[in-house]
Write a protein that binds this ligand. Structure first.
Ligand SMILES: C[S@@+](CC[C@H](N)C(=O)[O-])C[C@H]1O[C@@H](n2cnc3c(N)ncnc32)[C@H](O)[C@@H]1O
Length: 208
């Protein structure tokens, strides 16, 4: 799904082609919980590179940072996905670090508040419905963390929450590139109308 929504986005693809070594692809996963998407993110970008990149022999290296308020989930994420590892197929390296913190105050976070910019910022299953003010602050901080050519990717569990999040991010200075209903989305048990990564949308920052 990620490959499909980014598949026509030449600037995003170019960045994936070029990332490697000291210039790794910088990914920030906000409100990542235990970040069960860590491996899938790496795989999606490796596949994107394999599909579209010139055969330059340079594997894709990824620097993944995740943040969530829930310390227990962050400890799980660090245990399962933290540290350095190498992709068995491509030889690409991934270094991952997961931090506990309030994403509505990223600019005050001691490790993330330094103005570092990211190529991709993810908000998987954003939770606008459960606190619009907090989530507007999180969206604002997410946009502020983007490199000028970076992309913000959000996913949503249900239609109305997705629509509200799109409006909120556009009002905060995000420019919607694409939004897509995910046909492969798996229904959530006992939650009619909700499904996993039901909608996926990609934004860039509007030019000032
Ligand atoms: C619906 S869950 C999504 C978790 C994960 N991204 C996933 O898709 O499985 C929403 C997440 O937002 C986190 N969250 C809520 N408020 C937050 C805040 N102010 N700062 C950081 N994380 C927050 C919660 O702890 C929770 O893990």
């Amino acid at each position: 799904m990620l490959r499909r929504v980014l598949g026509n986005d030449e600037a995003a693809i170019k960045r994936v082609w070029e990332a490697g070594g000291a210039d790794a692809l910088r990914i920030l996963d906000i409100a990542c919980g235990d970040c069960r998407e860590a491996d899938a993110l790496g795989d999606a970008f490796n596949e994107m590179k394999a599909e579209r990149a010139p055969d330059d022999g340079k594997p894709l290296d990824i620097q993944l940072t995740g943040i969530d308020v829930r310390a227990r989930e962050i400890a799980d994420a660090n245990r399962r996905f933290g540290g350095k590892r190498e992709d068995a197929k491509t030889g690409g390296k991934r270094e991952a670090e997961f931090l506990t913190g309030d994403a509505s105050k990223l600019d005050q976070h001691k490790q993330l508040g330094d103005g570092e910019a990211f190529d991709m910022v993810f908000l998987r299953h954003q939770n606008y419905w459960n606190g619009d003010r907090t989530w507007e602050e999180i969206f604002d901080q997410a946009l502020n963390k983007l490199d000028p050519d970076g992309r913000l990717v959000i996913t949503s569990y249900f239609d109305e929450e997705h629509r509200l999040a799109l409006d909120a991010i556009e009002n905060l200075g995000g420019e919607l590139i694409v939004t897509e209903r995910n046909k492969e989305s798996r229904a959530l048990k006992d939650a009619p109308g909700k499904s996993v990564d039901r909608h996926v949308a990609v934004f860039r920052k509007k030019e000032a």
